[in-house]
Design a protein. Structure first.
Length: 137
């Protein structure tokens, strides 16, 4: 693969991840999962089932009143997004309420990594776990 082709693929992979968040999570749309995720999607978080159907079920449980209109841009844009080979790593800031200082927040970054196969997300790792999930505004 030529350097230009490689850069184009990496940018396409980053775009895939951004669109996945925008359409599935910002749009609260479990039906859109099929547009982004392989059937055999491997989930490395114990609180989310593997497989496309597992992710669809998770999205439905988190957003039982969805879907909602998709925003034109991601609601929480990435603080960083890096692509190399078949991997994309994304981080976003989700400030959390500071229990030691009511009315203020502290910086909290969520990290996700995805393996891309055939222009679909095929594997996922995250720094979020069921013991310490972030609080959403």
């Amino acid at each position: 693969m030529h350097a230009t082709e490689s850069r184009v693929r990496l940018e396409r992979n980053k775009h895939l991840v951004r669109e996945f968040y925008r359409r599935v999570f910002d749009g609260q749309n479990a039906e859109a999962v099929k547009d982004f995720v392989t059937e055999d999607y491997k989930q490395h978080n114990s609180h989310i089932p593997s497989g496309r159907q597992g992710l669809e079920g998770f999205v439905r449980s988190v957003f039982p009143n969805g879907p909602v209109p998709e925003p034109s841009e991601m609601r929480i844009p990435p603080s960083l997004i890096v692509a190399e080979g078949d991997m994309v790593v994304v981080a976003a800031s989700l400030p959390q309420p500071d229990p030691d200082n009511p009315g203020t927040t502290y910086d909290y970054f969520i990290f996700d990594a995805y393996r891309i196969r055939d222009d679909r997300l095929s594997e996922h790792w995250s720094g979020v776990n069921k013991i310490a999930p972030p609080k959403h505004a």
